[in-house]
Design a protein around this ligand. Structure first.
Ligand code: SF4
Length: 323
């Protein structure tokens, strides 16, 4: 596989050119994430260019610079959805791992975005820091009148010992609690979302029976159907989404450091349609090992980045499969 670069930075004109290329390729939605996308000097101009083309546009930020004025600019740029991340629903814990005062800035950002009329999600990543925070996080989101609460699965970027990683048993405990608490808090949000954790579908089926309703994607509710799940079930990497790094490298998802091409030198549509790695990712008959013979292969299919990080084989079994 080719090496992925993440260090360069583009000018505003280059970003606008990239947005044009995505539009020309038929992309319908663009999500700006990071790092911290709002440190781009002309972020509003770039976002505005995307929304003027008719692209559905969202941004994920820690909220540090979103005061009332900036929230209004985000709204006026046509952005539809703003996701503000915290590391913990406990202020002291959050600030220990970010910067002192950052928790309050994130909370203020949520309030400012709500006041500006934006659709707002509060997000948290399921790490060792937040093992016992499912309900506290949902209570916080509710108190801030968030539209969405999002739990991100933590995907380590290397095989090294990682103090933030959860064991499979710890992750299963959190996911079970989210499924249970979701019933209690569902009415308070447009949606409670679990992202990058296709294995939750196995857990959900185990807890509710195999004919259960599966809620797999954002605001859209799907019922179990082989045909539909083959399309929407499981990990999105390379099937619904591609990521572009700050060097222009095209990846299946931000965590999946397999270079498929580069937006500056390759035709985006050509990569999307013809790239061989993407072809492999789109056919679950290619899965090997436990995932290859699993009855939840269609609903789940495992995360493909994790076996790639662990063994170099993106078709291998997901090492973080639940019991
Ligand atoms: S074996 Fe693979 S497809 Fe089956 S539940 Fe585990 S991660 Fe998902």
């Amino acid at each position: 596989m080719k090496d992925v670069e993440i260090s360069n930075e583009f000018t505003t004109e280059q970003w606008i050119n990239i947005i044009d290329k995505l539009y020309d390729a038929g992309v319908s939605a663009v999500s700006f994430s990071g790092g911290e996308p709002l440190i781009l000097k002309d972020f509003i101009k770039i976002a505005n260019h995307a929304t003027n083309l008719g692209l559905s546009t969202s941004v994920a930020s820690n909220g540090a610079i979103i005061d009332k004025e900036y929230a209004k600019k985000l709204y006026d740029s046509g952005i539809k959805y703003v996701e503000i991340s915290i590391l913990s629903s406990n202020e002291a814990k959050n600030d220990l791992y970010r910067k002192k005062g950052s928790f309050q800035k994130s909370i203020d950002a949520v309030k400012n975005c709500k006041d500006a009329g934006l659709c707002v999600a509060l997000s948290i990543t399921m790490t060792n820091l937040v093992k016992d925070e499912v309900e506290e996080f949902l209570k916080l989101g509710k108190s801030l009148r968030c539209d969405v609460c999002t739990f991100f699965n933590y995907i380590p970027m290397s095989n090294d010992e990682d103090p933030l990683s959860l064991s499979n048993a710890e992750k299963e405990k959190i996911l079970k609690e989210i499924i249970i608490k979701k019933e209690k808090y569902e009415k308070d949000f447009k949606e409670i979302v679990v992202v990058q954790a296709p294995e939750i579908s196995k857990l959900y089926c185990n807890m509710h029976g195999s004919d259960c309703e599966l809620k797999q994607i954002g605001f859209t509710k799907f019922t179990k159907s082989e045909y539909l799940l083959d399309y929407v079930g499981g990990c999105f990497a390379g099937r619904f989404i591609l990521a572009i790094t700050t060097s222009g490298d095209i990846l299946p998802c931000p965590f999946f450091r397999v270079k498929l091409g580069n937006i500056l030198t390759d035709n985006f549509l050509d990569v999307w349609v013809h790239n061989k790695t993407l072809g492999l990712l789109r056919d679950r008959n290619n899965w090997k090992g436990k995932c290859g013979v699993c009855e939840y292969k269609i609903q789940c299919g495992g995360c493909r980045a994790r076996p790639y990080i662990q063994s170099g084989d993106l078709l291998g079994s997901d090492p973080s499969c639940l019991a």
